[in-house]
Design a protein around this ligand. Structure first.
Ligand code: 3PG
Length: 390
């Protein structure tokens, strides 16, 4: 693909699609990770002398309607401070925008536009007409084929990858395409069903696939242990067995926890009890992996050449069920493996246990990160490849 870093942007109208879809509370950005990740791209465009237009979606508003709670204003306020220059919010931009050299404007939420989500060609052409160069830098939205992430790139004079998107693709490629082995993937989260395709695609490429959280419960049940009242998916037991067989046929494995932490209710005050996996009673709910399992997994991680992490292994929001996730986070942080982590809950866990500085690469993608792990071609990347070949 063409890269923004290789282009002369001096005096050019540069339209950058970022993923600035950040949580907002009472008009303030409450987690700025995605904005921080996009700052180097915006700054570089400015240094290169561009007239900078930034666009993003925020949340999932109803199309065709302005809705103040999904306005980009809080992000604009943040950028004003972070860039120490006046950043302007533009609400009406589809018919043309005046931008001065070295100025940054931010478009109002692209999902207010009719046709954004269905990648409408007329809208895509309107966006493309605003710029000389379109920069796709929104890795977190690269799995969406929408007017601002995909269609616009087909019609813009030049479509290129921004530095953040390029870095994300490099890091994920390094982890999955030609990884230092053993390659260990940790896939946690509450449901097998939402991660089934990820597990499926990873089971044959990784050396060890570690299932955690509610997902592990289904594997525990598949191994023949009772799981009491734990969240698990009965109808996916056969699928879980198939995944384990596939991993073993590939000289890998999906280890079943040997011990777990149970509680009798899903609550902040639930009492945590460590049990062997064969001691679970009808009343128990599994909320974390036990210390012995955490130890085993830490050893696997210690020996890894590459670690891919998506999803906590327990209900870490409640401290008494967070030891497993903390142990995993620390093991990854200590390991000399190339490590990559992504997903909202995973990032929250990384923050909680203070290991962000010790993970090799933290992705800004949630759904996009998962789709990459699933081995899918991201539509925005496919578009950039197409544009690089014409
Ligand atoms: C995300 O948060 O995963 C991205 O910003 C994409 O948002 P979406 O799921 O609303 O398309």
């Amino acid at each position: 693909v063409i890269k923004m870093t290789d282009l002369d942007l001096s005096g050019k109208r540069v339209l950058i699609r970022e993923d600035l879809n950040v949580p907002v509370k009472e008009g303030k950005v409450t987690s700025d990770a995605r904005i921080r990740a996009s700052l180097p791209t915006i700054k570089l465009a400015l240094e290169k002398g561009a007239k900078v237009m930034v666009m993003s979606h925020l949340g999932r508003p109803t199309e065709g309607e302005y809705d103040a709670q999904y306005s980009m204003q809080p992000v604009v306020d943040y950028l004003n401070d972070a860039l120490t220059q006046n950043v302007r919010l533009v609400t009406d931009y589809l018919d043309g925008v005046e931008v001065a050299d070295n100025e940054v404007v931010v478009f109002e939420n692209v999902r207010f536009n009719v046709g954004e989500k269905k990648d409408d060609e007329t809208l895509a052409k309107q966006l493309a007409a605003l710029c000389d160069v379109y920069v796709m830098d929104a890795f977190g939205t690269a799995h969406r084929a929408q007017a601002s992430t995909h269609g616009v790139g087909l019609f813009a004079p030049i479509a290129c990858a921004g530095p953040l998107l390029a870095a994300e693709l490099d890091a994920l490629g390094k982890a999955l395409d030609n990884p230092a082995r053993p390659l260990v993937a940790i896939v946690g989260g509450s449901k097998v069903s939402t991660k089934l395709t990820v597990l499926d695609s990873l089971s044959t490429v990784v050396d060890q696939l570690v299932a955690g959280g509610g997902i592990a419960n289904t594997f525990i049940a598949a191994a023949g242990y009772p799981v009491g009242k734990s969240l698990y998916e009965k109808d996916l037991i056969a699928e879980a067995n198939k995944l384990t067989d596939a991993a073993r046929a590939n000289n890998g494995d999906i280890p079943v926890p040997t011990d777990v932490v149970v509680g009798s209710e899903f609550s902040e005050s639930a009492v945590a009890t460590i049990k062997n996996v064969n001691e679970i009673t009808d009343e128990d709910m599994i909320f974390d992996i036990g210390p012995e399992t955490a130890n085993t997994l830490a050893k696997i991680i210690e020996k890894a050449g590459t670690v891919v992490w998506n999803g906590p292994v327990g209900v870490f929001e409640f401290d008494q069920f967070g030891n497993g996730t903390e142990a995993i986070a620390n093991a990854i942080a200590k390991s000399s493996a190339f490590s990559i982590a992504g997903g909202g809950d995973t990032l929250a866990a990384i923050d909680k246990y203070g290991v962000a500085g010790d993970i090799s690469y933290i992705s800004t993608g949630g759904g996009a990160f998962l789709e990459f792990l699933e081995g899918k071609k991201l539509p925005a990347v496919a578009m950039l490849e197409k544009r690089a070949n014409v």
